[in-house]
Write a protein that binds this ligand. Structure first.
Ligand code: NAI
Ligand code: MG
Length: 353
């Protein structure tokens, strides 16, 4: 029996609805496998917590989290009451950075039973590997002057260490998949960091002769995600490019409520954090109609990372069976509630298991 201590942060809005759903699924997976035991500990850190305590998490919050094997997070954000840069930087980004979760992995796949907004899509199945700790998302820069003379300077940071790490991860992942890596670049417009990115891609790629590799400018790549997503296997991208590409990846799947994401500490020194791509969806929060599939697929990503790929595949298969059966939430054109979809997914796991 393997025991896992999981820190659970439901967060705000629909996070509090979809996280319990996915936890039920994880319990079902453990029941079927027989060799997994989850110890879940829930933390109320969120915007609600901020309104009460003046901070998103306690001072020693990061140290507390570091005691756990993994972190399972819903979504944070109450944009009417707490500015998004506070909820993002003081909780999510803080955890990603201090737990050195320097790789963000986001798969996109045309699932059975899901209608993509693309017309007659050829089935696609790709993974975006996003550098998660630096790049365009730095706190280096500043503001000067005011009124008509106002100046904003925002620096981007690309270290060889993190760039190589993201690229190695992408190549290793491609080895186990369809053996192709595409690098997202923009070296025609960004003259220092992107040529550096390209040069590093070539150097890292030299050790992976059996893997097909090419570089595509980010603007063209966005267009290709719409025109021919089936041609991609693994895409490696900087922090900003990866962020943008993965929303598009989620969109072509059919709903942002489906897309999963994993922030990995590849060295396994600190916990990794698993969270869906979507946010707290204040517009539908509290109604019991949020799609739990993104959070459930995120649970599958955690199972995979822990080495339980077989159970992970079973969970994704059960999501697809549920989509096919038509038990869908409103974002997918159905009328089912979060609870009903969760029950159907669990039923389908038990059928397969
Ligand atoms: P959002 O993802 O929360 O919502 C965008 C749209 O998609 C909304 O119409 C929402 O109803 C719908 N949607 C999202 N997830 C859904 C689901 N599971 N089922 C059904 N419909 C779903 O993005 P938005 O509105 O830009 O941000 C809302 C708040 O969430 C903000 O405070 C933002 O900062 C935060 N946010 C947090 C993230 C995180 O915690 N990782 C990620 C993205 C946004
Ligand atoms: Mg994003």
């Amino acid at each position: 029996m393997n025991q896992f201590d999981i820190a659970v942060i439901p967060g705000d809005g629909i996070g509090k609805e979809v996280v319990p759903a996915a936890i039920q699924v994880l319990e079902t997976a453990a029941q079927i496998h027989g060799g997994i035991k989850w110890n879940f500990t829930s933390f109320p850190w969120s915007c609600e917590y901020y309104l009460e305590h003046g901070r998103m998490m306690p001072v020693d919050g990061i140290n507390t989290l570091k005691q756990f094997d993994q972190i399972f997070l819903g979504a944070v954000g109450m944009p009417q009451l707490v500015p998004d840069h506070i909820s993002l930087w003081e909780l999510l980004v803080k955890i990603r950075r201090e737990c050195e979760q320097s790789i963000n992995v986001r798969p996109a796949k045309l699932l059975r039973g899901l209608t993509s907004p693309l017309k007659d899509p050829i089935p696609f199945d790709f993974v975006v590997v996003r550098e998660n700790s630096e790049g365009e998302y730095s706190q280096i820069g500043g503001l000067m002057h005011s009124d008509d003379d106002e100046i904003a300077i925002q620096n981007a940071v690309f270290t060889k260490k993190q760039t190589v790490k993201a690229m190695n991860f992408a190549f290793e992942l491609a080895k186990m998949r369809r053996k192709a890596v595409t690098s997202a670049t923009k070296s025609n417009g960004i003259v220092y960091s992107m040529p550096f990115w390209d040069k590093t891609f070539q150097k890292v790629g030299a050790a992976y002769e059996d893997i097909q590799q090419n570089s595509v400018h980010i603007d063209a790549l966005c267009a290709f995600f719409v025109m021919k997503p089936h041609q991609f296997d693994v895409i490696v991208a900087s922090n900003l490019f990866g962020d943008i590409l993965t929303d598009l990846g989620g969109a072509i799947m059919g709903s942002i409520g489906i897309a999963p994401s994993a922030n990995l500490n590849v060295e396994r020194k600190y916990p990794s954090m698993f969270e869906p791509v979507h946010g707290s969806a204040p517009d539908i929060a509290g109604q019991g109609i949020a799609n739990p599939m993104g959070q459930i697929w995120t649970a599958k990503e955690m199972l995979d990372f822990l080495g339980y790929d077989e159970i992970g595949s079973l969970v994704l298969g059960a999501i697809e069976d549920t989509l096919v059966s038509g038990v869908n939430t409103r974002d997918l054109g159905g009328t089912a509630t979060t609870l009903e979809v969760t029950e159907e997914v669990i039923k389908n796991i038990l059928k397969k298991g």
